[in-house]
Design a protein around this ligand. Sequence first.
Ligand code: CP
Ligand code: NVA
Length: 317
Amino acid sequence: MSNFKLKKPLRHFLDLAALTPEEARQIIEKAKVLKATATGEGQGKGFIHPDRPLADKSLAMVFEKPSTRTRVSFEMSIHQLGGTAIVLQGNDMQLGRGESVSDTAQVLSGFVDAVMLRADSHESLLEMAAHATVPVINALTDFSHPCQVMADVLTFEEHRGPIKGKKIAWSGDGNNVAVSWIHAAVLFDCELVLACPKEFCPPTQVLEWAVNNGGRVTLTHDPAEAAKDADCIITDTWVSMGDTEAAERIAILAPYQVNRKLMQEAKKDSLFMHCLPAHRGEEVTDEVIDGPRSVIWDEAENRLHIQKSILMWCFGK
Ligand code: CP
Ligand code: NVA
């Protein structure tokens, strides 16, 4: 009978483009409160929220690709909210032997209250969401990385106040993180200028979506133009998980490195962000990533606090 049970409306967290600006703002604001509660003087990381808001909730975390930050921050998130996580490597599952994503979705839905998926292909994420009867969370696909960019927005606002109207510059590959930044620029009403080589631009339909939704998102091939007077410069690896032709990518992307010269184009107090892992000496120099304007460690830690807020939102709390 389970194949025929009625699905109640589910709050999947698949892409920022599917959120309203109000929902996105609510998630950021709740993350700020959850962070304040969890980071009091002398508080251990194993802290559990006194209200245990997700005490009866469980999360399956499925990884088809490696992870450090996403894995640890999601597991600690649900722990801090009083719930339970199960970590599953795709290759250790029957999924890795060919069981379909749709069958896996239905089986997991009978065991747990939400599924987090880091997928090789965005199609798998959509298939998981189409067949699960519990919320599904995008923990990175080849197309987007929405949890990361919500943590980035939280980090920017902690350091520089409201992001609305600020100029964010992206220099490098127009990859999955760049796509989620394009979505975020529309939701949070900031200016986003992406500098990408013609070979590695973000998908045209995502840029068109931004423009059609009133976004101030532009694309250039000139990193200095993007960085000019920016409030924050962001980059990411030139070779993402699943990318091939690494040497060719590195050669084409070399002019987009974030270094001292590029940072000088930005505002004097401009931040530097990177989702990590970084390839020092490629997309960013040591001097910048370890410099006073870099907020990468806060950005990484904020994955924990934003994920708690995303989980709460998925459960309607
Ligand atoms: N930034 C990020 O998602 O890192 P991991 O690949 O370590 O999860
Ligand atoms: N663009 C990178 C992000 C890693 C967190 C990748 O997909 O490998």
